[in-house]
Design a binder for this molecule. Structure first.
Ligand SMILES: Nc1ncnc2c1ncn2[C@@H]1O[C@H](COP(=O)(O)OP(=O)(O)O)[C@@H](O)[C@H]1O
Ligand SMILES: [Mg+2]
Length: 253
């Protein structure tokens, strides 16, 4: 059974793409079959997966040209599969809304339910139709969060949206957990915010902390995940641990 997970937070620069790519790589390292869907017009996850931007087909072609989904799937340099993102997704976002094609992605991914163990969807830093498509399609959402003041702003809105969708039986999505990213425990503020999160969201927090680690930031320019770039780095080890925690959460229930 394909477990579809959205990585979402309306804030930019919180580690969504880094989490999506490194989780995909970590799950793939455990021999699970993984598909990464890049729903961000910026296409950062695709670049980090080693996909060349030219001559790619993506969900835009699937929607407008009826390109079969299998022709939109590429192999990442880490070995997992990728449906790339790119600027065309801006037009796709408008088209889904204007043509009332909500849940378009859900239907497309249903056809792949026997092909993958996990589908990880990276989303743009807004709560637009592309993000909503991911929230509809997913059975769980991970919310990367930086431990700073105001970091929770928007997250409660995202959580309410997910709850509303499921209350109205529009999706079976639930928040799987908040992932604390770019953590630097020498920073007192980060520690304070992290402690506050533990107080208020204890059941919704992943225990694994993702440290600030330059190897994770360098890896995308080499078109690979941090896991492949520097497997012994703190960042890579943290994402492998997060994948382990995730597996226990979604597979051992
Ligand atoms: N744990 C980390 N340590 C160091 N740099 C990181 C880490 N996570 C993300 N970054 C860097 O921070 C920036 C924003 O991260 P990114 O994953 O692109 O966020 P988002 O997708 O939410 O916009 C990127 O330059 C990325 O390489
Ligand atoms: Mg991103």
């Amino acid at each position: 059974m394909n477990k579809i997970l959205a990585i979402a937070n309306q804030k930019g620069g919180v580690g969504k793409t880094t989490t999506a790519v490194n989780l995909a790589a970590s799950l793939s390292a455990t021999k699970r079959k993984v598909l990464l869907v890049d729903l961000d017009p910026q296409g950062n996850a695709s670049t980090a997966a080693g996909i060349q931007a030219n001559e790619i087909k993506n969900l835009f072609n699937l929607f407008f040209d009826k390109t079969p989904i299998n022709e939109c799937i590429y192999k990442s340099s880490d070995g997992y599969d990728v449906i790339p993102g790119g600027q065309e997704l801006i037009a796709l976002e408008v088209a889904i809304r204007e043509n009332n094609k909500q849940s378009f992605l859900t239907k497309e991914l249903e056809g792949l339910s026997n092909t993958y163990d996990y589908t990880i969807i990276d989303t743009p830093p807004t709560l637009n139709q592309l993000t909503i498509e991911a929230l509809f399609a997913a059975s769980g959402t991970l919310i990367p969060l930086q431990c700073e003041y105001y970091s929770l702003e928007g997250v409660t809105g995202l959580m309410e949206t997910i709850k509303t969708l499921s209350d109205k039986n529009l999706s079976s999505n639930r928040v799987l957990g908040i992932v604390r990213t770019m953590v630097d425990m020498r920073n007192n503020l980060a520690k304070e915010v992290s402690d506050e999160l533990e107080k208020h969201f204890s059941n919704l927090l992943f225990n694994t902390l993702i440290p600030r680690n330059v190897k994770l930031a360098e890896a995308p320019s080499h078109g690979v995940s941090g896991i492949k770039y520097m497997p012994n780095s703190y960042g890579a080890k943290a994402y492998l641990a997060l994948a382990g925690e995730l597996i226990r959460k979604v597979e051992y229930v």
